[in-house]
Design a protein around this ligand. Sequence first.
Ligand code: PEP
Length: 256
Amino acid sequence: MRKKIVAGNWKMNLDLNEGLSLFSEIQEMVQDEVNGEQQVVVCPPYIHLSNLSKLKGKNNKSLFLGAQNAHEEDSGAYTGEVSGSQLSSIGVDYVIIGHSERRAYFGETNEQLAKKIDAVFRNGLLPIYCLGEKKEEREDGSYFKVIETQIIDALFHLDTSDFSKVVLAYEPVWAIGTGLTASPEQAQEVHAYIRKTIAEHYGEDVAELITILYGGSCKPSNAAELFSQKDIDGGLIGGASLNARDFIDIVKVFNP
Ligand code: PEP
């Protein structure tokens, strides 16, 4: 059975007190309202992670912490960066790798992301690898090729055992933070294509078990239709993850 996941990406929002308060609300709602098998992953800015890790404790089996990025090296003279080994030392579980904002504003390439993926695994963490096309690539029809390259160049060096643990997040860039959502059919088409690309390299069995999330203006009003698609296993949520009620309503699509 594929893992179902709803992950919230807080991006560069919320000061420490605001973060603690949002996380407490989410934690309480997860405990009271979520009784399905789905995983809830909260990805705050680095400054919150250590505090939230202590607040979370070890007994909540549905709630996980994720970072929004990690450096490809484990330590060294990389001013301002944070490594996978540091994240692992404070109880982080997941790391978002290759978010389109990091690709666009920080010039991250597929080749660099391949190294970050290795660093994540080396440190016992799990990657949520983001991929997706820009508006012009959707319009000129090159999006399948773009997506295939993002998968092959960053992930296909992995052995089957590591690859099986990768979570992918299809996030069309034109739908992120814009209010524009891919239709369930558009999202399903790409998710199926991602699974087919994986099957060609790692085989059908591996492809069937990979969790593929959708991200891009996902909210309580459209999550159920998106998540009901055959190849969509949950969501990576930006804006709506900053409101505990909205975020948990999206999580609860899997156990209404
Ligand atoms: C994101 O940044 O990963 C994202 C999906 O953002 P939003 O939900 O705000 O479109």
